[in-house]
Write a protein that binds this ligand. Structure first.
Ligand code: MCA
Ligand code: AMP
Length: 507
């Protein structure tokens, strides 16, 4: 039976003993061993009664098994829904409920805490630990290692990735088989990945960057990956000699540059360094080039679209730009009010169209209509210009968004949370430059009349309910928020006022 994504990424490796994953303990997982694990997971889903189109939510640590679970989902035709490992129980409650997941796979350490959510949502709960053990592992180990591949066509949904929104409610982006296969193909072609490549993979696999950009590209190219549980400088430096390419968020590169051992000698064998998910400062790009002789290749994408543009592999990689549209992707800069296309060098909202653009938001037809035009152009919310040479520059954000270490944080979500706390009259959440994370979160609070705010209690509540990367790293209590004549909070003024609070913080 044909299965668009499985046939493109996984089926070609059947019977291949070529290495796919080099894991930290020095062991190697071949393509055929990986495919066997995937098939066992696919059979396990069937044994649980799952059918194509069902959602499988996962909140598990990065491991080869976790990646094989993704492959098993594609093979079984069920929809993979990865969730940031930093999410707390109250955040997970929403995703499991909204997606109507039939199965929730979590780390064994949190099974008790999540049992109630699973029960309420009528969803099976199984576990998978980073070391490959757990009830899901037990079930899959009882399955045979070949599986029937579910029939799936281009327009079927392969994955549901939640992205936060300006309203504070996360939206599930429906990514189809074709979205993912076409983007992987465009990137393999653009970045010249081959079976000789070894990618240093230190990104999380619950987001588009580590899962689709990195993994799907390597699968399609038949390359291999040094598969690290997370990014840390020491391990990255130790494993770099065996790699040919690396992908990362800007924080990876600034942390490497902060280590004097990271130099020309250490990187001379490397073919390519790629950056994305957040703006790479031109200064970082130049510092990297001076130190190593490599020009980092910066690209630009979104959860809803996977990758849209990339600096050229051959040619001028320009600092502070995100390059040209990928093959089959159209981009235009539009007037935010009229929607009319603007001329070169004019700043407006970037819109993109192509086989990479998602199908819409899960169960949110109105939201989908607001952001996806009838002619197929997706309104990114990023402010951009296209220069006379055709390079796209992301110059700002039309949406109120903070990007910290490559993770997106929508201030509205944090404000809704803070406003609900005892003693808080209102709040404004802003981002300020941070030397390690690029940006970090500040909460400006106003207390209810005659109330003294207990900042420690606020920090504790944030610790309990918000993922760590979303927690305000600076809390300021003020008498009133600055407002314009229309009553709108002037975040620009707050950003100016608090612009240097993190300047002495390090990674
Ligand atoms: C961890 N912490 C953070 C972040 N990560 N705080 C702010 N921003 C972050 N990004 C906090 C934790 O809550 C904890 O706080 C403390 O830092 C230490 O946690 P740890 O996990 O040890 O941190 P780390 O290992 O230093 O992680 C930093 C990191 C990581 C390596 C930059 O965040 C990372 O791997 N980021 C990659 C994100 C990514 O893949 N984004 C792609 C999105 P406490 O001590 O208070 O508990 S996809 C996307 O954007 C699109 C599609 C695209 O274009 O790619
Ligand atoms: P996400 O919601 O995680 O998909 O994040 C997508 C957002 O990250 C985009 O809309 C941009 O604002 C930002 N982004 C991704 N790559 C880049 C880049 N190279 N430069 C600037 N912003 C980027």
């Amino acid at each position: 039976m044909s299965n668009h994504l499985y046939d493109a990424l996984f089926a070609p490796h059947a019977g291949s003993d070529a290495p796919f994953l080099y894991v930290s303990e020095g062991s190697t997982i071949s393509y055929s061993a990986f495919l066997s694990m995937a098939a066992q997971f696919a059979n396990a889903f069937k044994a649980l009664g799952l059918v194509p189109g069902d959602r499988v939510a996962v909140h598990i640590n990065k491991s080869p098994q976790a990646l094989a679970l993704y492959a098993g989902c594609v093979q079984a035709g069920v929809i993979f829904l990865p969730l940031n490992t930093a999410y707390t129980a109250s955040e997970l409650d929403y995703f499991v409920g909204d997606s109507g997941a039939a199965l929730f796979v979590c780390d064994p350490s949190e099974a008790d805490a999540l049992a109630e959510i699973a029960r309420e949502k009528n969803c099976a709960l199984l576990t998978l630990a980073g070391d490959g053990t757990g009830t899901m592992a037990d079930l899959m180990s009882k399955q045979i290692d070949t599986a029937e591949t579910a029939h799936r066509v281009e327009n079927d949904i392969a994955a549901l990735l939640y992205t936060s929104g300006t309203t504070g409610r996360s939206k599930g982006a429906m990514l189809t088989h074709k979205n993912l296969s076409s983007n992987a193909q465009a990137l393999v072609d653009e970045w010249r990945f081959t079976s000789g490549d070894v990618l240093l993979h230190a990104l999380p696999i619950f987001h588009s960057h580590g899962l689709f950009v990195a993994t799907n590209v390597m699968l399609l190219a038949a390359g291999s990956m040094i598969f690290l549980p997370k990014f840390d400088v020491e391990t990255a430096l130790a494993r770099l000699p065996d790699a040919t390419a690396m992908m990362g968020v800007p924080t990876f590169y600034t942390r490497l540059l902060d280590d004097a051992r990271f130099d020309k000698d250490m990187t001379s064998h490397m073919r390519l360094f790629i950056s994305g998910s957040a703006p790479l400062l031109a200064e970082t790009h130049e510092r990297f080039a001076e130190r190593t002789g490599h020009r980092i290749l910066e690209r630009y994408g979104m959860t809803e679209t996977s990758m849209n543009t990339s600096n050229p592999y051959i040619g001028d990689r320009r600092a502070g730009t995100v390059g040209f549209p990928l093959a089959d992707v159209e981009v235009k800069v539009c007037d935010p009010v009229s929607g009319g296309e603007l001329d070169r060098n004019e700043i407006g909202v970037l819109e993109v169209r192509g086989p990479n653009v998602f199908k819409g938001y899960w169960n949110m037809p109105e939201k989908t209509k607001e952001e996806l035009r009838p002619d197929g152009f997706f309104i990114t919310g990023d402010l951009a210009l296209i220069d006379m040479d055709g390079y796209v520059h992301i110059v700002g954000r039309g949406k109120d968004l903070i990007i910290s270490g490559g993770y997106n944080i929508y201030p509205k979500e944090i404000e809704l949370f803070l406003d609900d706390l005892d003693g808080v009259l209102e709040s404004a959440v802003i981002g300020a430059p941070h030397p390690d994370f690029g940006e970090s979160v500040i909460a400006v609070l106003v207390a209810e009349p005659n109330t003294a705010l207990d900042v420690k209690a606020i920090e504790d509540a944030a610790k309990r309910d918000l993922a760590g990367f979303k927690r305000p790293r600076w809390i300021e209590v003020v008498d009133a928020l600055p407002r314009n004549t229309m009553g709108k909070v002037q975040k620009k003024l707050l950003r100016e006022q608090f612009s240097s609070v993190f300047q002495h913080e390090a990674g």
